[in-house]
Design a protein around this ligand. Sequence first.
Ligand SMILES: [Zn+2]
Length: 487
Amino acid sequence: MARVGIALLIGLVVLAGVVIVRALDGPPNLPAEEPPLSIALDAEAAAERFAGGLRIRTISNGRDTGIPLDEAAFVAFHDYLDVSYPRVHASLGRERVSGYSLLYTWAGSDPDLDPLLLLGHMDVVPVEPGTEPQWPEPPYAGNIRDGIVWGRGAIDNKANVFGLMEATELLLARGFEPRRTVILAFGHDEELGGGDGAVAMAALLASRGVHPVLVVDEGGGVAEGLFPGIDTAVAAIGVAEKGAVNLELVVQSDGGHSSVPPAETAVGVLAKAIVRLQTSPFAAGLDGPMREMFETVGPSMNFGYRAVAANLWLFSPLVERALLASPRTAAMIRTTAAPTIFQAGVKSNILPTVARAVVNFRIHPRDRIESVVEHVRRAIDDPRVAVEVGGGREPSSVSPTDSEGYRLLARTIRQTQPDAVVTPFLIFAGTDARHYRRLTSNVYGFQPVRLGPETLQLAHGIGEHLSVENLVGATRFFAQLIWNASL
Ligand SMILES: [Zn+2]
């Protein structure tokens, strides 16, 4: 017995030793990056140009609202870009695609280099009616106060459009001529899925045989105070997007008078199915981009977290359990199911002949639409419930983190945001970027702005704004990226 006890004790000591030694490894000593370009920049004038862009109401209303696209607003926005950035207008090729999307081409001197493709979108979501008074500044006034530019679209996504235009204009002003072709693609219907703009631009580029070395879109960014256990900023590069699908659950019944009900009505059968679905969550796991994120960020974390992150071989079940405890982090490691619509019945004394529910799923890259449907059928396990597949999209492929494109992006981030840890991660929402995956696997989500817990909710929310500092930061980042791509 004593021998077993001693062996166990030695085992535990060794284990503790391994855990601690692995945890003691600090962040890797990356080679110091070249200092960033020094570019003289008139922040006030840039902020004014940006504010002017926020005043133009390039709104994407939902297709179900029946409100047509405001063609005049998009044309006004195009004209505004032309006059605000005269060098870009004079030097770059500009095409209107699908009427209102813009594709700029800055031809490089070396046709053998694969182009750099930088994305943005000009459309914005509407302001929810009735919430205008809650905005500290009106959503379309383009007011600038105390170094902050207020307005719908400030973050999502006019920051990208104007950051790219400012950067290009500045590089042109200093006489820069790219070796590598630079393409800017600004969609006009990203908030509706990009089916007109991004799809057509990607098809056009494909027809020209364009294979970008790197595609950068919104989706990631520099997060401050968003990740537990880490005090430094985290530059999160989206390397994959979750998929999405709506499943409709339908139960038919004979109906009849409510005074002689069967043991279960259509409502009861459907309700039971929903309960079963919610008590059979999808398999979770710390793998793929999120595992890579923990491994990359881990060495920069505070000691307790670092010990866990450095020893995922031992602690990953614990980490998974901790992540599953909150909806925001649970969504990182599994497919989620959200019943969003439930309909049945027209009158209190009539048994409904049909009950239907819609469940919205966000699909982790390890699952597929087909496996989601299978999981749902198995979980419900009731032939009375028909499962119908509505519109959906598969999760994206996972972009590599060892490619030339990723290295170019990561290096530019380290140069311009030297305090941030650069890491891959998984994007929950859909962006236009997925439409460009037909051109290359090197598609990444990184919007070069710094966001904290209080600013993260602003995209699509009340009081959307961007600091002038962030606008300047985005400009410097894009200028540096275009520059680095031609080195
Ligand atoms: Zn967006």
